[in-house]
Design a protein around this ligand. Structure first.
Ligand SMILES: [Zn+2]
Length: 487
């Protein structure tokens, strides 16, 4: 069905009104539909779903390469399991959707996350040190009763993610897993999808409920606000003790296991991909996840339709043999100009035009979405599309990196901090502590600056010089923290 609205195109510029641009691009490029009618629940349309399928696939390949295996667990969690780890239940209970009306049975939680679903099974499966490490992941939708304003793909009451749940014999192995998870985020979200991030070890007051510590990937939206992407948690032995996840070590002694979990939210990463790369003409999809990587638009009239379609079909089949996602747009009810416009709005990386003139010269007109470049090239160029696609993704990433690089500034005083936050930057400052004693300074920053302490760099050892003071309380600074406004 034709969507009248999409023909109107975007009516705002991305850097003038990002929020409105974002809503329009999701709607007009047919990524999501907001008309389902239940707060926080949205419909993801085929264009969004096809991109997410590819994102899932690339993510899962990266996890499998590092020894993870897939599993599927039920969406419901028995209330008694959910309540086993006390910090976890305190943190998550307000967010839970409960299924209440099953006659004669106890309440069931719709999973907000699956620790309490999976670990009772882990306690059955794991017997000895030979069963470790156990590294499993599942593709899942999870449910959280958000009371804050919801934003499509960014914050909703249902979202789509992957959750990994890993078990180790030692704390060192579990901590190494946290670092591996940061590298997975780097390999997939940054290197493939082109979304840069800061790996932040969260302050103690901002860790996952039930974890020893949390590392989260902070990304930057075009409006300067931080959006949290995958986080990974060192669960320590909290859940192992609550769920009795034990193993016999090599000496035959029973030990509690060490656990981690990691949760890349594919729907939310799609929000970052769209926001990071899109422009005033619509989406700019990375080549590696675009539902259509190459669109062929044949330009014909009644007389030459047959021979042009034949050549277009041939080009399509050559491209498909290279495992590319190709669409041949032969609709007759649309003019070529309308088709160009529509595929640009949807962010398709490459467009091939083929008409009488090109056919005669054995050439094609090749347009590239990100640069807007349009060139007449020999038809044989189609054998290089894969390589051109890789270069295309490199350009998107370089542009995003450049944006991110300019956004972090060192601040020495509260005034500088205020100014940085006001200018939509991430401030890097000396800070007293990311343990309990730092809570008060973080509250002051929240109240007076309107920003959050996001944490310390998780994969580098950054420490203040001797004698440096906390930017707020003037006590000796033990940490360098990053501060910004978040979604
Ligand atoms: Zn302080």
């Amino acid at each position: 069905m034709a969507n009248k609205k999409s023909e109107e195109g975007l009516t705002v510029k991305k850097d003038e009104n990002f929020s409105e641009w974002y809503s329009q691009v999701l709607d007009k490029a047919e990524v999501t539909d907001m008309r389902y009618g239940v707060k926080g629940f949205i419909v993801i349309r085929p264009w969004g779903a096809m991109a997410m399928e590819k994102m899932y696939s690339l993510y899962e390949q990266a996890l499998q390469k590092r020894g993870h295996k897939p599993t599927f667990f039920p969406v419901v969690i028995p209330e008694e399991n959910f309540k086993k780890e006390s910090e976890h239940v305190k943190g998550f209970a307000p967010d839970v959707f409960w299924l209440e009306k099953i006659k004669g049975e106890s309440r069931l939680a719709l999973r907000p996350t699956s620790e309490t679903a999976m670990y009772q099974m882990y306690s059955i499966w794991i017997r000895s040190w030979r069963d470790l490490p156990l590294k499993l992941y599942q593709r899942a939708n999870v449910f959280r009763y958000e009371t804050k304003a919801t934003r499509p793909l960014i914050r909703g009451r249902e979202f789509y993610w992957i959750e990994t749940h890993d078990v180790f014999a030692t704390k060192e192995q579990a901590e190494e897993q946290v670092q591996e998870d940061i590298r997975t985020t780097e390999e997939v979200m940054h290197q493939k999808f082109g979304v840069p991030f800061l790996p932040m070890k969260r302050p103690i007051w901002d860790k996952f409920a039930g974890a020893e510590y949390t590392v989260a990937a902070d990304t930057l939206m075009p409006d300067g606000k931080i959006l949290q992407q995958p986080s990974t948690h060192l669960l320590g032995q909290h859940f192992a003790k609550a769920f009795n996840v034990q193993f016999k070590d090599e000496q035959g002694k029973e030990q509690f296991a060490w656990q981690t979990c990691y949760g890349p939210a594919i729907s939310r990463i799609l929000a970052s991909v769209i926001s990071t790369h899109g422009d005033d003409r619509g989406l700019v999809m990375p080549f590696c996840i675009s539902p259509v990587q190459v669109v062929i638009v044949p330009i014909f009239n009644k007389d030459n339709k047959e021979k042009i379609m034949k050549e277009a079909e041939k080009i399509k089949s050559v491209l498909e043999k290279q495992n590319l996602s190709v669409e041949l747009d032969s609709r007759e009810e649309k003019r070529p100009g309308e088709k160009f416009y529509e595929w640009e709005l949807k962010g398709v990386p490459f467009r091939i035009e083929l008409g009488e003139k090109e056919l005669k010269a054995k050439k094609i007109l090749l347009s590239t979405r990100d640069t807007g470049k349009k060139e007449l090239v020999p038809e044989t160029k189609i054998s290089q599309i894969q390589k051109l696609g890789e270069q295309y993704d490199e350009r998107l990433k370089a542009k995003a990196d450049h944006f991110m690089d300019g956004k972090t500034v060192n601040c020495k005083t509260k005034e500088e901090l205020k100014k940085a936050v006001k200018n939509h930057k991430i401030a890097r400052v000396n800070f007293c502590s990311v343990e309990k004693p730092g809570t008060r300074c973080a509250e002051i920053i929240e109240k007076e600056v309107g920003a959050d302490v996001r944490g310390t760099m998780a994969n580098k050892n950054e420490k203040p010089k001797a004698g440096e003071k906390c930017i707020i309380c003037n006590k000796p600074a033990k940490e360098i923290v990053y501060i910004g406004k978040s979604y």
